[in-house]
Each structure stands twice: as C-alpha cells, then as structure tokens.
Design a protein around this ligand. Structure first.
Ligand code: NUP
Length: 214
C-alpha cells in the first residue's frame, strides 16, 4: 500500500494539533517544515510524536557537509525519524545527512525534482537523474519526486530501483493520486487535507485513493 504522508504546514500549534489529531487514523506519517517550526519552535516535534507516527523534517537541507551534519543532528535530537535534504550541493553534503540519519536509526530523503512549475527549470536537463544516482551512491533511503509530473517520476524510478519515492503535489498542486500512487511509496498531501473543513474526512478520502504500489 502506498503511504499517505500529511504535510502539516499550518502555522499555529492549535491548528496543527487539531488537524494531526483528526487525520492521524488515516495517515502513515507526518511531515513538517519551516512554516510550522518557525512559528512554533522545534519543540512541536515532540508533541507530534505523541501520535505514534513517523515524523519527517522537511528542511531541504542544502549546505556544506559540516553544516548539514550539525543541522541533521538537531533534527534527530528533536525526535524526527526522517530528514529531507537537497541533492544539488553534492554527494558529500548528502552523505553527511545520510550518516546522521542512519546513526540515529532514521531515514534521509533527497529532493530529486520539485513539484511546482519552476521545478522544471533547473532540475530537468539531467540534474534530477544525477541526483537520483547520488541517492544510490550515498546510501540515502529515497527521493522526493513530483506527483505533478508522473512521467518524470517514472524515469527517476528506473534509476533508483527499489529505494523509496515520496511524492508531493497531489491535491492543491494538481497532481492526480490515481496517476502517481502506483509508482511511488508515499504520496505527500498538505493543503487538500489541512485546509479542508473536515481534515479527518479529507485524509480518509486520500487514504482510499492512494491505491497499491505496482
Ligand atoms: O518538490 C516538492 N514539492 C513540495 O510541495 C518538495 C516538497 N517538499 N514539497 C512540500 O510538500 C511542500 O513544501 C509542502 O510541505 C508539501 C506539499 O503541500 P501541498 O501542496 O499539498 O499543500
């Protein structure tokens, strides 16, 4: 079954906890990033851990290896089980995040190609494919690849084999869960759930649409 990952980007603790609580029975993991953490602090991670779901830090870490390592250490000390980093700073920077993740029993995902329209500007013409190969070289756990462009994600799947693909862009960005779910290990859904009047029902609907991996 393809996982359903909630992108929890509201900017108040009250909204975040309400939405996570409603969605929790229907989702497989929670992803948070700058919007919620800059608003409420890193301590929100420990509160969200109470839902008993994997918690992914979407910081798209993109620095030199030493700084990446320092950032990743803070992430895992805060209680996260996974981290998302960028691949374009190079394999040594990615490896720094992978090492810290694995030392902590966690996972590291690398952004291969972004889901928004501008993601086609720099990640294509070979860059996404190169980043996917860095995932293999560094032992990272998988990539982030666009639900908005299943044809691109299919190409990246051929490079990374059985490593995981987590795919944002379903819902608010126009990605169709039917077109992507069979190709990836997890779909990431944010606004279509957290901006819904009934986040629990919306999460249940995406859970029923996510289909099986083929
Ligand atoms: O390429 C990416 N696209 C993307 O939307 C990489 C990401 N990490 N994301 C994140 O996924 C984005 O920052 C947001 O947290 C989530 C998608 O949210 P939504 O468009 O479903 O609201």
């Amino acid at each position: 079954m393809t996982d359903l990952i909630l992108a929890l980007d509201p900017t108040t603790r009250t909204d975040a906890m309400r939405i996570a609580s409603a969605a929790a029975p229907h989702i497989d993991a929670i992803k948070i990033g700058y919007p919620l953490i800059l608003a409420e602090g890193l301590g929100i991670a420990k509160e969200l851990k109470a839902f008993g779901l994997p918690l992914i830090a979407d910081f798209k870490v993109a620095d030199i290896p030493n700084t990446n390592q320092l950032i990743a250490q803070q992430v895992f000390e805060a209680g996260f089980s996974g981290i998302i980093c960028h691949g374009f700073p190079g394999s040594d920077s990615v490896k720094a995040c992978v090492n810290v993740a694995h030392d902590n029993g966690g996972e590291c995902y690398v952004v291969a190609e972004m889901s928004h329209p501008g993601g086609a500007e720099f990640f294509q013409s070979g860059t996404a494919e190169r980043i996917a190969r860095v995932v293999i070289e560094t032992g990272a756990d998988g990539i982030i690849a666009p639900a908005t462009r299943p044809e691109r994600t299919r190409i990246l799947r051929e490079i990374i084999g059985t490593r995981k693909i987590l795919s944002p862009g379903v819902g608010a960005q126009g990605g169709d869960p039917d077109a992507i779910a069979g190709l990836v290990d997890g779909i990431i859904v944010g606004r279509a759930i957290y901006e819904s009047n009934d986040p629990g029902a919306a999460a249940a609907r995406y859970a029923s649409l996510r289909g099986k991996r083929t």
